[in-house]
Write a protein that binds this ligand. Structure first.
Ligand code: COA
Length: 260
């Protein structure tokens, strides 16, 4: 599939996905959602891809939201499938078996904030501003924001942000745990890549299982989540990488993981 609204670049195991509608501050129109859906399905299935960094083009915006021009035209019958289509994309991003990091390089509002929330964690540039301003438009967050924001920043903060349509700058986003790191804009992608390369230096199967245990186990009752964790822990005992990681530690040398 040829993309018109996003760009995919593969660099040594890390795929950079960039939303490329800078004149509309990378707003998610229907076509962009379709392309991202296709792209993330392909990335999940591509063995050459070990991690993904998602960002927006230009210096102003990550993604300024769902496309309000399109939202304004929706009928009641179209609105629910539209929300489900956006939610499907966010679920696909979140359940990607490889780490997906949002590099929030500017405005991340509405659907853009929800896209960042679906990623496994977020870095931001100093000029980033994030928020869910849907109630100012007569709607509510419909791409997962009411569910994922409280899970990340806590119920009280999410209530306040969504009900007041509050906007947080990068410093505040960092303070409340909405983003993990803040970098000067010129360094955002390089520093995020460095963070991701650190992940890729660790035992690949262990990284995959840890991601799965946090992602899926975290949605289970504690007892079931702990069982899920223990099952992965047991499976890892069968890997060459466990033997290599422990031998390397005992022999005081760097580990050479093979992903087996
Ligand atoms: N949907 C569609 N178009 C959008 C958009 C969105 N969510 N956000 C920005 N754009 C468009 C603007 O309409 C404008 O297009 P135009 O040049 O054809 O008029 C272009 O992007 C630039 O935006 P502009 O508002 O001129 O930039 P700004 O720097 O003055 O303001 C924002 C930036 C992000 C504060 C402002 O664009 C904004 O509030 N956007 C909507 C955010 C929002 O409510 N998102 C949630 C949607 S559910």
């Amino acid at each position: 599939m040829a993309y018109e609204n996003i760009r995919r670049e593969d660099r040594n195991g890390i795929t950079f996905v960039t939303v490329t509608r800078p004149d509309k501050l990378n707003a998610l129109n229907d076509a962009t959602i379709g392309e991202l859906q296709h792209c993330f399905e392909a990335l999940a299935a591509d063995d050459a891809v070990h991690a993904v960094i998602l960002t927006g083009s230009g210096e102003k915006a990550f993604v300024a939201g769902a496309d309000i021009g399109e939202l304004a035209r929706q009928t009641p019958l179209q609105a629910r499938p539209l929300a489900l289509r956006g939610q499907k994309l966010m679920n696909t991003v979140e359940s990607c078996p490889k780490p997906v990091i949002a590099a929030v390089n500017g405005y991340a509002f509405g659907g853009g904030c929800e896209l960042a929330l679906a990623c496994h964690f977020r870095t931001a540039s100093e000029n980033a501003v994030m928020g869910l301003p849907e109630v100012t438009l007569g709607i509510i967050p419909g791409y997962g924001g009411t569910q994922r924001l409280p899970r990340i920043v806590g119920k009280g903060r999410a209530m306040e942000l969504i009900l007041t349509a509050g906007r947080v700058d990068a410093k505040e986003a960092h303070r409340i745990g909405l983003v993990n790191k803040v970098f000067p804009q010129a360094e955002l992608l390089a520093q995020t890549e460095a963070l991701v390369r650190k992940i890729l230096g660790h035992a690949p199967v262990a990284v995959r299982f840890a991601l799965d245990a946090i992602n899926h186990g975290g949605e289970m009752p504690l007892h079931d989540g702990l069982n899920y964790e223990a099952t992965f822990f047991g499976l890892l005992a069968a890997t060459d990488d466990l033997k290599e990681g422990m031998s390397a530690f005992l022999q005081k040398r760097p580990a050479q993981f093979t992903g087996k």
